[in-house]
Design a protein around this ligand. Structure first.
Ligand code: ZN
Length: 243
């Protein structure tokens, strides 16, 4: 079974379409999303419309919660706040209802799906083995997929030791039965690892392996829409830089 894994779309329709086209060309049996459907980008409703009928599982992200008013915007930076306020105003009732119904955790084929981390499903950023270790200790999952940092990475636990590994595009990472994994699949709509191409991953349960993919998309088209929507300039600039 091949499962497409998407995260942090952030209302970037051009990036989402490019990723779905890339995935469909390879074929897949299921699709899941790890949250942050909205925030930052210009097409929140269109992204939700395109995805909701296709997703077998999805979880809520911190920007989704802020856009529907279940999280304070105080802890976001000023540019993110401006985008959240804009998103809140343009969300259709249907798109809003979809975000309201999203759970904090989900699973597919025995793997855990969360936005942030297994121990703090929405909030925590896992950027180092020490933080990953706390989640390995807190929860009994064997394989967890996360997003939130917008930086692809794999954290591997064996015999209570946790190490970080880069997740290189197009290089399948074998998932060994003796190891546990927290895998960050990067961001579709706002990558922050200096590679502006959209990121997503495919879990092949027959290996099992997980493979990261990077897909170019027309960044200038998204930027043009952001400008027309009056979204903050630093947000418009950063998607071309992958930061
Ligand atoms: Zn995000």
């Amino acid at each position: 079974m091949r499962i497409g894994l998407l995260s942090d779309i952030h209302a970037n329709l051009e990036a989402l379409k490019a990723v779905l086209e890339h995935l469909d060309a390879q074929g897949s049996d299921a699709l899941v999303c790890l949250g942050d459907f909205v925030g930052y980008g210009p097409d929140p409703n269109e992204c939700i419309d395109l995805l909701q009928s296709r997703l077998q599982a999805a979880v809520v992200g911190n920007h989704d919660q802020a856009a529907i008013g279940t999280r304070s915007i105080d802890h976001f930076n000023l540019y993110a706040q401006a985008a959240i306020v804009w998103t809140e105003q343009v969300l259709t009732p249907g798109a809003r209802a979809y975000l309201v119904a999203l759970p904090l955790r989900a699973d597919i084929e025995g793997t855990l799906l969360v936005h942030g981390s297994p121990r703090q499903p929405v909030d925590e950023y896992i950027l180092d083995p020490r933080t990953a270790r706390a989640s390995f200790l807190a929860d009994a999952f064997r394989i967890a997929f996360v997003g939130h940092t917008h930086q692809p990475a794999a954290f591997v636990e064996r015999n209570h030791r946790v190490s970080a590994r880069g997740l290189l595009p197009e290089v399948p990472l074998p998932l060994l039965p003796t190891h546990r994994y927290i895998i960050n699949i990067g961001s579709v709509g706002q990558p922050r690892d200096t590679d502006p191409r959209a990121a997503y991953a495919v879990l092949d349960t027959t290996g099992p392996t997980v493979t990261l993919h990077r897909v170019p998309y027309p960044v200038d088209e998204t930027q043009r829409k952001m400008e027309a929507a009056g979204l903050p300039v630093p947000l418009i600039e950063r998607i071309a830089l992958g930061r």
